[in-house]
Design a protein around this ligand. Sequence first.
Ligand code: CA
Length: 220
Amino acid sequence: MIRAFLFDMDGVIFDSMPIHAKAWVDAFASVGLTFTEYQVYLQEGSTGASTVNQVFMSQKGRAATQDEIDHIYGVKCKIFESYGRDWPMRSMDKVLEYLKGKGYTIGIVTGSGQKSLFNKLNHYYPDIFKTEYMVTAYDVTKGKPDPEPYLKGLEKCGVNASEAIVIENAPMGISAAKAAGIYTIAINTGILENACLKDAGADLVFDTVEDLLKHLRSSF
Ligand code: CA
C-alpha cells in the first residue's frame, strides 16, 4: 500500500531548470569553456563541484582547482539569483493538493542547499510541506545518483520503499530513486528525450504535469 510520495524539487516542484541551465552555460562561457543546456539537463542533480570538474576533465584534461570551482560555481549562483525567483511548476499545486487531500505523506528530496528553502516552498504551496519530511543537501553525504537521499527520505517519512512513490524529472534522480528500490514516475519537464528518463529506470514517463495528475486521480 502506498503511504507517501517523495518529490524532487528543481524541475518538478519549481520550473527552475531553464534558469539553472542558462546560468551554468553563461558561467562556463565567462571562463572560455563550453557547456550546453543539454549537458546541464543530463547532469542535473550533481553537485556544483562535480559539474565543474566534469567540464574541466573533458575540455582541459585535468580536474579543476578548488579556486576554479569556487569561482565558476559562484558566478553561476550569482547569475541564477539575478533572476530573482523560482517559478512554481504549472499545475503542480493541483497535484500536491490532490495527494494531500487523500492523506498521503508528502516529502521533498532535493540536493539543493538553499537557505530558507522551506519558506519558499510554503510561500508557493501553502500548508503542503513539513520540514520533518524534507531531505536537503544538509542531510546527506552523497548526492544523487547515490540512493542515500531517497533512503533518507523514506526514513524521514517513516515508510518502506514499497510504500512510496518518487516523482522525478532527471536521469540521475531517477537512478537514485530506483537504487533505493522505489517505484519512480518521471515527468519530462525539460529538453531531454523521454528515452533518457526511461533508460535511467523510470517506471512511467509523462510529458506534462497534467498527464501526471490524470494518472494520479485515476490510480490513487
Ligand atoms: Ca530535478
